[in-house]
Design a binder for this molecule. Structure first.
Ligand SMILES: Nc1ncnc2c1ncn2[C@@H]1O[C@H](COP(=O)(O)OP(=O)(O)OP(=O)(O)O)[C@@H](O)[C@H]1O
Ligand SMILES: N[C@@H](CCO)C(=O)O
Length: 318
């Protein structure tokens, strides 16, 4: 359903010859994405994913694709972009920007156990360290500046209680962002959307992180908080699950120990990560883009998580 631009084997016959992949044998649309047209591509050399980018432009894509290449070259499990004979990883197909990346094995683990959370925590820390010397810069486009801009846009649509919470939280976050603690937080390229549906597992073995199209430079702690808020909670109440939380944080900390500033900022950062997705979901819910095809995600899920993080503060970081 969510293949916006169809691609056939005939379309690929000549196009594929620029890559060291042999002939294209099969191409099959993937229905689950909502942003791009994605295809499983089988060639004489193996299994790949072909993406035609429906919204991101030729100017925006190099940051994401080069970051994936940088990480893959350093052994972080992410899809590796395939370069053509000229070394290029960003291409054009049917007038759209396009890429081919390696296909990750397995499927998403939507009911994670501590063992899965531990694997994600360790790989996330490895990813942060491996991206430290990535030379390109792009801010997190869903960071504080975007929150500031979006709060007044969604406020008129939401009930009074939610309005009060949203106003109070944006103040908290603006004060936090101006604080000494915040400025000491280690930063670098982050994934920024590492939900369960953006990680593949083969049983208990993590096979990769994908969907880097919200990546940007921001605090590492924000990435940890976003990930915790999706992987380590009871989905109905939003409450943190102590066993999964411990597993994820301990394995992250074992690879890249948390700093004193991170310990001081942890609870506020969990709130920031909840605010980020509450806001984007409110925006998509009340101001859907034209021809939006899928049911928007439920914003109240992240409102609940935010209230939980405020009313029942998380245990201290390691
Ligand atoms: N490298 C990959 N290896 C294996 N499967 C992949 C890979 N990339 C994407 N997929 C599959 O394609 C689906 C859609 O991909 P992705 O989430 O990147 O799309 P999207 O259009 O950005 O959608 P959304 O924003 O909804 O997540 C994934 O759920 C996954 O099943
Ligand atoms: N992970 C986001 C969707 C964008 O990838 C959410 O659940 O709201």
């Amino acid at each position: 359903m969510a293949v916006f631009t169809p691609v056939s084997l005939d379309d690929l016959e000549t196009w594929i010859t620029q890559f060291p992949l042999g002939k294209a044998i099969a191409v099959r649309g993937i229905s689950s994405g909502i942003e791009n047209s994605n295809f499983f591509l089988t060639t004489e050399r193996g299994e790949y994913v072909l993406t035609l980018f429906e919204k991101l432009s030729f100017e925006q894509l190099p940051f994401y694709l080069n970051l994936m290449r940088h990480l893959a070259e350093r052994g972080v499990l992410v899809p590796a972009p395939v370069a053509n004979g000229r070394g290029e990883i960003l291409h054009s197909l049917h007038g759209k920007p396009a890429s081919i990346v390696t296909r990750l094995q397995g499927s998403s683990q939507m009911n994670p156990q501590p063992v899965h959370c531990a694997a994600v925590g360790a790989m996330l820390a490895r990813m942060h360290l491996a991206a430290e010397d990535f030379p390109m810069q792009q801010p997190n486009l869903r960071g504080l500046a975007w929150w500031h801009e979006t709060v007044p846009v969604v406020l008129p649509y939401i009930p009074d209680e939610a309005k009060a919470l949203l106003r109070a939280e944006i103040h908290t976050q603006e004060a936090f962002a101006a604080s000494h603690v915040y400025h000491q937080l280690p930063r670098g390229p982050i994934h920024a959307d590492l939900f369960r549906n953006n990680v593949m597992f083969d049983g208990e073995r993590l096979t990769g992180f994908f969907d880097f199209y919200f990546a940007g430079c921001d605090t590492w702690l924000f990435d940890v908080a976003v990930t915790v808020n999706d992987w380590c909670i009871d989905l109905d109440s939003g409450r943190l699950d102590p066993a999964r939380l411990r597993a994820m944080l301990a394995s992250y900390h074992a690879v890249r120990p948390f700093t004193e500033a991170e310990k001081a900022g942890w609870r506020t950062m969990l709130q920031a990560a909840a605010l980020r997705f509450w806001l984007s979901r409110l925006y998509d819910f009340y101001l859907p883009r034209e021809a939006e095809m899928l049911t928007p995600h439920d914003p109240t899920h992240f409102e609940r998580i935010l209230r939980e993080r405020i009313n029942h503060p998380a245990p201290a970081l390691f």
